[in-house]
Design a protein around this ligand. Sequence first.
Ligand SMILES: [Zn+2]
Ligand SMILES: [Zn+2]
Length: 131
Amino acid sequence: MIHGSCCCEAIKFTLSAKPKFLGICHCSRCRKLGTSEFFMVEKSSLEWVSGKERVMEYVPEEPYKYKRCFCGKCGSSLGEILSKDDEFPIAANTLDSDPGIDVWFHEHVASKPSWQLTHEDVKLFEGDPHE
Ligand SMILES: [Zn+2]
Ligand SMILES: [Zn+2]
């Protein structure tokens, strides 16, 4: 069982399965939102323990489409934890322990500032891997 929480611990959840992968996005939006490192999790593996009602959602204006969640009390970024998709990214910082997953790729590397580093032997995408 993998445990996740926000900084103030108002929000707690568990994952019954390991995340599918760990990705790192270097786009300016993920950097601002604190979700550059994200785990892709299956919705079916997520169980709420407490604080779901405290999760706030930032709905971006077009052309941006991803709703980003955060704790309404402490502001910790939670990624897309309220997504209705079968799988979605959550901010890696929410997990309380290391699930032991290697970084799978870096994306939006073209937007990467010099102070963000990339891993060796990991696939680098200049932009979005799906485009
Ligand atoms: Zn919190
Ligand atoms: Zn991004």
